[in-house]
Design a protein around this ligand. Structure first.
Ligand code: C2O
Ligand code: CU
Length: 498
């Protein structure tokens, strides 16, 4: 090797070594930076995003300024509907006779079905008997005051064993909702801390059963066992021919569920607790429901049996005149598409409205560190939790969000405290009924435009309802300017919302 060549090689080695050293230093820094402290506020790390609207003090000025979430409680007054939910470990006996160790509300999985009428002042007292990690209750899909939202470390402290918490809210939305733990939720919900919440119209003084069959179908996988309500098989029910039937299907799992309905045409009459306009009969369509989402299905009971089967499981619901039939499942069909179903109708705003703020919410995957762990991480707008955007709004704003999923996995995006009007998917406008969602299944490669009115001040989670994705960082917040929280992740209450 000539002297010049040798010098060159040495130089290259030095440069290469230098780059390697820089890379190592960068990696160590990235690892160090990513570690989450034992205690922190969701306000501490987030990157405020004002969505092109007026930027004000960002609500991050300090915990002693502005409105605290603790000032945003439900109404005072005498409750018209009262419930007590006790979170406890229990051995649950399933319909087959098998028992499963579970976390329960009032000893059952699902917890008791709560029913209220529109206008009721609902009061729910939560007791935690013996759930070590602590418990909260989130009212999924109910747009209630922020302090009642049940998010550990944001709107309250997790309730420790022996502790209690009282939730109060006015039941304003008629529809199908559910409740679940929002402390250590990835584990606690999977293990059984969930139940159905149904709000019936105020005019309905008589029980719904007097008018027809109103049946909740909460579909869950409890420690690996598929359940329809508390049945680890096919739940059979007697329904007289001619009876109007409403099935309130709730996906309480973390992945989409697919249902096949055989024996009758049916209508999808509500999505995520909001009635659709002009539903039309469907036949042989497979329903795909987002994790956390709800579909209400209606039909008139025919003389022969009807079966709702949960694909990939032996579970389902079978209705027949004498309650004994269990017909075979219908085959899988083309997927039901809410974007083109039903009839358009006036909405308080639409795609042509002037939006006060427009945000992008792009979910991707990239190599990096999450809480000190290297790997392929979920990222929001290119950022790994907790340095994710915080969407800042002011009360009254009309807000637009473009949700895009380039991550290669499906994400059911759930916004607390608000319902989003779905405007378009992949640039194609929604042409059917107005479609209001609180939990939107965003498939890989999909892009949705949604809008909502910022009419419910607080700090609201906006996260993936695949709860293990949320626990791995697919979580961010919508925050009203000037609202602060005294609660922290970690801390003495060991708050860990996901
Ligand atoms: Cu159903 Cu933040 O959750
Ligand atoms: Cu996800």
């Amino acid at each position: 090797m000539s002297g010049a060549k040798r010098a060159c090689a040495v130089g290259a080695a030095i440069v290469g070594g230098g780059l390697a050293a820089v890379a190592v230093v960068w990696l160590v820094w990235a690892w160090w930076e990513s570690r989450l402290p034992a205690t922190y506020s969701v306000m501490d790390y987030a990157i405020p995003d004002d969505g092109g609207g007026p930027a004000t003090d960002m609500g991050m000025a300090g915990k002693d300024h502005g409105t605290s979430v603790t000032d945003l409680h439900g109404p005072a007054g005498v409750p018209t509907r009262r419930f007590t939910l006790t979170a406890e470990h229990a051995e649950v006996r399933l319909a087959s006779g098998r028992t499963v160790a579970a976390l329960t509300f009032n000893g059952t999985v699902p917890g008791p079905e709560l029913r209220a009428h529109q206008g009721d002042l609902v009061e729910v007292t939560l007791h935690n008997k013996d759930i070590e990690d602590g418990v909260t209750i989130h009212w999924h899909g109910v747009d209630l005051p922020n302090a009642e939202d049940g998010v550990a470390g944001v709107t309250q402290d997790a309730v420790p064993p022996g502790g209690s918490y009282v939730y109060r809210f006015r039941a304003l939305q008629v529809g199908t909702f559910w409740y679940h733990a929002h402390q250590a939720s990835a584990s606690e919900v999977r293990r059984g801390l969930y139940g159905a919440l149904v709000i019936e119209p105020a005019t309905n003084a008589a029980p719904v059963s007097g008018r027809g069959a109103d049946i909740t179908v909460a579909v869950h996988t409890l420690n690996g066992t598929p359940l329809v309500n508390s049945t680890d098989g096919v739940e059979k029910r007697a329904v007289a021919p001619g009876t109007p039937v409403r099935l309130r299907v709730i996906n309480t799992d973390s992945t989409p569920q697919r249902y096949d309905i055989g024996g009758t045409p049916f209508e999808v009459v509500a999505i995520d607790g909001t009635d659709l306009v002009g539903p039309t009969p469907l036949n042989g369509r497979t329903l795909v429901l987002a994790a956390g989402g709800r579909y209400d299905i209606a039909f008139r009971m025919p003389p022969a049996p009807v079966k709702l089967a949960v694909e990939g499981t032996i579970t389902g619901l079978a209705l027949s005149p004498d309650g004994t039939a269990d017909p075979p499942p219908a085959p899988s069909g083309p997927e039901f598409d809410p974007a083109v179903y039903g009839r358009p109708a006036a909405t308080p705003f639409d795609a042509s409205s002037h939006f006060d703020r427009s945000f992008d919410l792009t979910v991707s995957r990239k190599p990096g560190f999450f809480d000190g762990q290297p790997g392929m991480q979920w990222a929001i707008n290119g950022h790994i939790f907790p340095r994710v955007p915080m969407f800042m709004v002011e009360e009254g704003d009309l807000v637009h969000i473009t949700i895009e999923n380039t991550s290669g996995a499906v994400h059911p995006m759930h916004l607390h405290g608000h319902h989003m009007l779905v405007l378009s998917r992949d640039g194609t406008p929604v042409t059917g009924s107005p479609w209001w969602s609180d939990t939107l299944n965003v498939e890989p490669g999909e892009k949705y435009d949604v809008a909502f009115r910022a009419d419910n001040p607080g700090i609201w989670m906006d996260h993936c309802h695949n709860l293990s994705h949320a626990a791995a960082g697919l979580t961010m917040h919508l925050s009203y300017m000037g609202v602060t929280t005294p609660f922290e992740t970690g801390g003495t209450a060991h708050n860990h919302p996901e």
